[in-house]
Ligand binder design. Structure first.
Ligand SMILES: O=P(O)(O)O[C@@H]1[C@@H](OP(=O)(O)O)[C@H](OP(=O)(O)O)[C@H](O)[C@H](OP(=O)(O)O)[C@H]1OP(=O)(O)O
Ligand SMILES: Nc1ncnc2c1ncn2[C@@H]1O[C@H](COP(=O)(O)OP(=O)(O)O)[C@@H](O)[C@H]1O
Length: 340
């Protein structure tokens, strides 16, 4: 039986900044000729607003696109403006573009909360084709609000920055899932249990990410078995972070407040002798502002701090990290999915 595909209407959002470009308008019109398959809730979203249970959140199609609903306030239009500006800015080197999701304009699609057609950013689905990806969403920067934010918003963010590792370490986990095995599945700790960690607990999680086991029950220290293939090597995560850092040492075009580094890899591929496709991408540009000729020291500082943690895992893979001591962390070791 032929599947009837419905044509989606195109949304043209008002772009508040000077960043709106003719290329963006072209991308929107390309979007208008697209047909999208049935949309569904993503299998591997680790942070942010999630669809399901009548809530508004991102959706994916079968052809590799990720539909992120535009938040009704200036955050939605700001993120569209960023993508529009970034995708047409000839100052961005090609090797840096690969760290950002491809942008395909905006479209009106049926929202996940049942509210009807709503504007969505159409992005590259970063987990397309991945079966059991291990993923960490790491929000970079000790400060997560942009300069023009309201007092209320600053207060809300500052509270989270203070309670989490953002202020002491310059980054925090927003969400993560680590694949262990067919039997035990993923370790996907609750959001609140990964927000208030000590530096040692952060080290532990970064080690677990590249270890063969993540199960707490076994009471084993992370073995960092996959550190060299995931974090190390000329194309590994550390090399990618260093490449990104080199750009941040120079670029003064944007300031990336509250933006995350998303790290992914496929553990199972390693056992087949294949590359685990370890990569980093930047996500969430709702609070990006113009850099006005000034280095983004907030993002750069957080990135350097993360790089230091990962470098140490490579240079000292056997170093003993103390097991988690935080009570909240201990209590929430059971994954959302019931494993391990
Ligand atoms: O809704 P909340 O309270 O979970 O807060 C969201 C944050 O979740 P958190 O509680 O910090 O883990 C959320 O953080 P994550 O991306 O999940 O780390 C965002 O900061 C989101 O704000 P925005 O869309 O980036 O402006 C935040 O959304 P808003 O509340 O600002 O809409
Ligand atoms: N382009 C993408 N492809 C696949 N997954 C994505 C993409 N962008 C974001 N995600 C997933 O969604 C989560 C939240 O994204 P984000 O843009 O930060 O949303 P929010 O603004 O709601 O915080 C990320 O942690 C990641 O798991």
């Amino acid at each position: 039986m032929a599947v009837k595909k419905r044509r989606k209407r195109v949304f043209t959002s008002p772009i508040p900044f000077s960043w709106q470009t003719s290329q963006f308008r072209e991308q929107v019109s390309v979007g208008s000729s697209l047909y999208t398959d049935m949309l569904k809730v993503p299998d591997h979203q680790v942070a942010g607003h999630k669809a399901g249970n009548g809530k508004l959140g991102p959706l994916v199609d079968n052809s590799g696109r990720f539909y992120k609903p535009l938040q009704g306030d200036e955050r939605g239009s700001n993120e569209v403006s960023f993508y529009a500006s970034f995708s047409s800015d000839t100052r961005i080197p090609v090797h840096i573009r690969r760290f950002f999701p491809n942008f395909y304009g905006t479209q009106l699609v049926e929202a996940s909360d049942g509210s009807g057609l709503q504007p969505h950013l159409v992005l590259q689905n970063l987990t397309l084709g991945q079966v059991n990806p291990s993923i960490m969403d790491i929000k970079i920067g000790s400060r997560t609000w942009p300069p023009q934010a309201t007092e209320d918003y600053i207060h809300k963010c500052l509270k989270k920055d203070r309670q989490s590792t953002s202020i002491p370490l310059g980054f925090r986990f927003s969400g993560l899932q680590i694949y262990e095995s067919k039997e035990s599945g993923f370790w996907k700790p609750e959001k609140r249990s990964i927000k208030c960690l000590s530096a040692d607990e952060v080290k532990l999680i970064l080690r677990k990410f590249v270890s063969s086991h993540v199960s707490e029950k076994m009471d084993l220290k992370p073995d960092c078995t996959f550190a060299s293939v995931v974090y190390g090597g000329s194309a590994g995560i550390l090399a990618q972070l260093l490449e990104l850092k080199a750009w941040f040492e120079d670029q003064t075009i944007y300031h990336f407040y509250s933006c995350s580094v998303l790290m992914t890899y496929e553990k199972e591929l390693i056992s087949y002798g294949k590359s685990p496709y370890a990569e980093i991408k930047l996500v969430d540009f709702a609070h990006v502002v113009e850099g006005k000729g000034v280095i983004d020291h907030n993002f750069l500082g957080g990135l350097c701090s993360l790089i230091k943690f990962i470098s140490e895992i490579l240079t000292m893979p056997d170093e003993c990290t103390t097991e988690s001591s935080s009570e909240d962390f201990q209590k929430n070791r059971i994954s959302e999915g019931g494993t391990p």
